[in-house]
Design a protein around this ligand. Structure first.
Ligand SMILES: NC(=O)c1ccc[n+]([C@@H]2O[C@H](COP(=O)([O-])OP(=O)(O)OC[C@H]3O[C@@H](n4cnc5c(N)ncnc54)[C@H](O)[C@@H]3O)[C@@H](O)[C@H]2O)c1
Length: 355
C-alpha cells in the first residue's frame, strides 16, 4: 500500500485531491498535514474523515520536528506539497508569511524527504516529491503566446515570487542531489470548496447576498481556468507517469476575461435559481463595481499543456460551461458550508472533531 503525505490537504485544491484519490483508489494511504490557517477547512473532508486509509496531522510544514516525526513513523512514498499561502492580495499586504511557508516550508519537506528516502545506494526507487506550483511564476503575457515549461520565470507579486523561489529550490535538489521530484505549474482552478476570497466563489457568494461584485481595473485581465478535478487527475498522473526531474504545465486552453467570468456567473445563477427565488430580483450586472486595479496585476495568463498531454496522456475532461454550472450548483447546495466560512464557524470544526 503506497503512502502519500499530502500537505495543505485542508485547502481548496488539496481537499479536492484527497477526495478524488480516496474515491479512485482503495489501496492507498493518505496522511494529510495542514496547519489549518484561515484557508484550511476540515469540513471539506467530512465524507472521508472516518476512512481508515486517511489520517490528519495538524502541523506547520516549517516545523522540522513534526514533519520528521511523520517520516519516522510512516514509510512515506510520495510527498505532494499543496501547502501554501495562496492569495495574491494577502501577499501584497504581508509578504513575510509567504516567504516562510512557501519557500522555507518547501525546504523543510525536501530536506526531510532527502534524509529518509536514501539507502546506501542513493534514492530508493519509487519515491517521489511533487511540488504543486502555478503558472503565475511565468509572469504576464501580451495578447498572444502561451507559457511553456521553458518560459523564463518572471514573477511579479510576492506570492508568485515565493512560488518561483520554491520551484528553484526544488530544481536545485533535482540538479544537486538527483532528488526524485516533479514540479507541476497549473493555471487558475475553480470548483467546490474554494475559499470565497477568490474570484469565482466570491462572485457567487456576493450575488447570493446581493452585495457589490468588485472587479479590478477594466475587468479585462485574462486567466486560463481549469476545473479542480482535472487538476487532481493531472497530479495523480504525474505522480505515476511523470519523468523524474521534469516540469509539467497544466491548463485547459480556457482563457476568460475576469468580467466575462462575472457575467457568466450572473447569467448561470439566474438560469439555475428557481423562478420564485427572491434573489433573482437583485442578481444582475447592476451589482458590478469596478475598483482600483490590483498593484502589479498581471494582464494575461495562458498555458501550453502539450507536454503533459503528449508524454502522459492528460487532458481536461470538464469544459468551462459544464464546470461552472457544477460549481454554482455545489455552492447553492452547500450554503451551510459557505455560511460557516463567512461567519468564521469553520474554525471551530477542528477543535470539535479532533481535540
Ligand atoms: N488556487 C489556484 O488556482 C492555484 C493554481 C495553481 C497552483 N496553486 C497552488 O496549489 C496549492 C493549493 O492552492 P489552494 O488554492 O488550494 O490554496 P488554499 O489557500 O485553499 O489552501 C492552502 C492550504 O495550506 C495550508 N497551509 C498554509 N500554510 C501552511 C503551513 N505553513 N503548513 C501547513 N499547512 C499550511 C492551509 O491551512 C490550507 O489548508 C498552492 O501551493 C498554490 O500555490 C493554486
Amino acid at each position: 500500500m503506497r503512502t502519500y503525505l499530502i500537505t495543505g490537504g485542508a485547502g481548496f485544491i488539496g481537499s479536492n485531491f484527497i477526495l478524488y484519490m480516496l474515491n479512485k483508489y482503495n489501496d492507498i494511504k493518505i496522511i494529510n498535514v495542514d496547519a489549518l490557517t484561515y484557508a484550511g477547512n476540515l469540513e471539506n473532508l467530512k465524507e472521508i474523515e472516518k476512512n481508515s486509509n486517511y489520517g490528519f496531522v495538524k502541523a506547520d510544514i516549517c516545523d522540522n520536528e513534526k514533519i520528521e516525526e511523520i517520516f519516522k513513523n510512516n514509510d512515506i512514498d510520495y510527498v505532494i506539497n499543496f501547502a501554501a499561502e495562496s492569495h495574491v492580495d494577502r501577499s501584497i499586504k504581508n509578504p513575510e508569511i509567504f516567504a516562510k511557508t512557501n519557500i522555507l516550508g518547501t525546504v523543510v519537506l525536501l530536506d526531510i524527504a532527502k534524509k529518509y528516502w536514501q539507502d546506501g545506494e542513493g534514492f530508493i526507487e519509487g519515491k517521489k516529491y511533487l511540488q504543486v506550483s502555478t503558472d503565475e511564476v511565468y509572469g504576464s503575457l501580451g495578447d498572444d503566446g502561451f507559457f511553456h515549461e521553458y518560459t523564463p520565470l518572471d514573477p511579479h507579486s510576492p506570492y508568485s515570487a515565493s512560488k518561483a523561489s520554491a520551484d528553484m529550490i526544488v530544481k536545485s535538489y533535482i540538479d544537486t542531489y538527483k532528488f526524485p521530484a516533479n514540479i507541476t505549474r497549473c493555471s487558475n482552478n475553480y470548483g467546490p470548496y474554494q475559499f470565497p476570497e477568490k474570484l469565482i466563489p466570491l462572485v457567487i457568494n456576493n450575488c447570493l447576498e446581493g452585495r457589490d461584485l468588485p472587479v479590478y481595473g477594466d475587468g479585462k485581465n485574462i486567466r486560463d481556468w481549469l476545473y479542480v478535478e482535472d487538476h487532481a487527475k493531472a497530479i495523480d498522473m504525474v505522480i505515476n507517469k511523470g519523468r523524474l526531474g521534469q516540469i509539467y504545465n497544466i491548463g485547459g486552453h480556457n482563457e476568460k476575461q475576469n468580467i466575462e467570468i462575472v457575467n457568466i456567473i450572473i447569467d448561470t445563477l439566474n438560469q439555475i435559481l428557481d423562478e420564485n427565488d427572491v434573489r433573482k430580483k437583485y442578481i444582475s450586472d447592476k451589482l458590478i463595481k469596478y475598483v482600483k486595479d490590483r498593484k502589479g496585476h498581471d494582464r494575461r495568463y495562458a498555458i501550453d499543456p502539450s507536454k503533459i498531454k503528449d508524454e502522459i496522456g492528460w487532458y481536461p475532461e470538464t469544459c468551462f460551461e459544464e464546470g461552472i454550472k457544477r460549481t454554482i450548483k455545489w455552492y447553492l447546495e452547500n450554503e451551510e458550508w459557505l455560511k460557516n466560512i463567512t461567519n468564521g464557524e469553520y474554525l471551530n470544526y477542528y477543535s470539535e472533531m479532533y481535540e
